[in-house]
Design a protein around this ligand. Structure first.
Ligand code: FAD
Length: 292
């Protein structure tokens, strides 16, 4: 496809996605753009929609596995500064979808606003966190969301209230909508006490993930009632290896991509784990990781 002339400067073709995702593997995006202006995102989405070109949004890449074949469409990265703004009015904090979740947590805590601190340490962008309704310690991000601004395929922006977002256990019903901004409704608290609480949670969170590994992902949603790590330990799969991809030994709910890893190996490993856990425990693990 050819993009309109005034968008061409934004488009890169056959852009490798491996370096942009946490697992560090996978093929290229046929078209890739990292728009600086929010209005460019709209124009890109409209142009792609007119050409029936599928669009995917990339946040921080901590929950995406890109297949070897790559993505046959347009990938829009929300890493630019204009999509990462934050502002506070009373107990409402508005955050651009591209902002890092950890930055939003720090900003809220510093302003004496409680509600997000339990999410400290979870990697990724605010947009990715809301779309996947991330959770930690039994509390999800959805409970603090007041509303979001989304971009529809045709380029129209809409504001959705918390009820319309359809938050459920590690899911939303946002479909193909692009999250542009998120408004959190938080509670006023003492900033110093909140900071202490956040620091404590941060230490606990860091201890719960493999420290030496950077190329990792958390492929499964914890089923209600039992952490995935316990299930995997129970069936004796901790450390399971498929080529150059393995489950972590101590924290086996994490997949680790070693040098030489491929997406196919990762997919095979995930399938083996699902099969064995289903066979031995009857639990059908659901995927958290988005496969592109
Ligand atoms: C080490 C590690 C620890 C983790 N710990 C936790 C945890 O404790 N709890 C938890 O719930 N998750 C956890 N995760 C999963 C991951 O951090 C979250 O899913 C995160 O919110 C993904 O955000 P992202 O910006 O990286 O999304 P990406 O990986 O970039 O994208 C994930 C999906 O969201 C979509 N998306 C991203 N941004 C937008 C947007 N603006 N609009 C529409 N769609 C969008 C993408 O298209 C894709 O389908 C962990 C992952 C890792 C690697």
């Amino acid at each position: 496809m050819t993009f309109p002339d005034d968008l061409n400067h934004l488009i890169r073709t056959d852009e490798p996605l491996g370096p942009l995702v946490w697992l560090g593997i996978g093929g290229p995006a046929h078209y890739f753009a990292e728009p600086v202006e929010e209005s460019d995102i709209e124009r890109l989405v409209v142009a792609a929609s007119k050409a029936s070109l599928p669009v995917r949004v990339l946040g921080d890449g901590s929950n995406v596995l890109v297949r070897e074949a790559g993505v046959d469409g347009l990938v829009i990265s929300l890493a630019a500064a204009e999509t990462s703004g934050m502002s506070i009015e009373g107990n409402l904090m508005t955050v651009g979808a591209g902002a890092k979740l950890s930055h939003a947590v720090i900003k809220a805590v510093g302003a004496g606003l409680a509600g997000l601190e339990h999410l400290v340490g979870i990697p990724g962008s605010v947009g990715g966190a809301v779309v996947g309704n991330v959770s930690s310690g039994g509390r999800d991000i959805g409970s603090t969301v007041h509303s979001i601004e989304v971009l529809e395929k045709g380029g129209t922006r809409r504001v959705l209230s918390q009820d319309e977002i359809g938050f459920s256990h590690r899911k939303t019903s946002l479909g193909g909508l692009i999250v542009m901004n998120v408004v959190f409704e938080l509670e006023s608290r003492d900033a110093a006490a909140l900071t202490k609480r956040m620091q404590k949670l941060w230490i606990g969170y860091n201890a719960s993930r493999p420290t030496e590994e950077r190329r990792i992902a958390m492929p499964f949603v914890d089923p209600d009632g039992m952490p995935t790590s316990d299930l995997i330990q129970q069936v004796g799969l901790a450390g399971l290896r498929e080529g150059d991809v393995s489950l972590d030994t101590g924290k086996p709910h994490f997949v680790v991509a070693h040098p030489g890893a491929t997406s196919d190996q990762c997919l095979r490993l995930i399938e083996r784990v699902r099969e064995q856990v289903l066979l031995q425990t009857g639990v059908d693990l659901q995927l958290n990781l988005q496969i592109w």
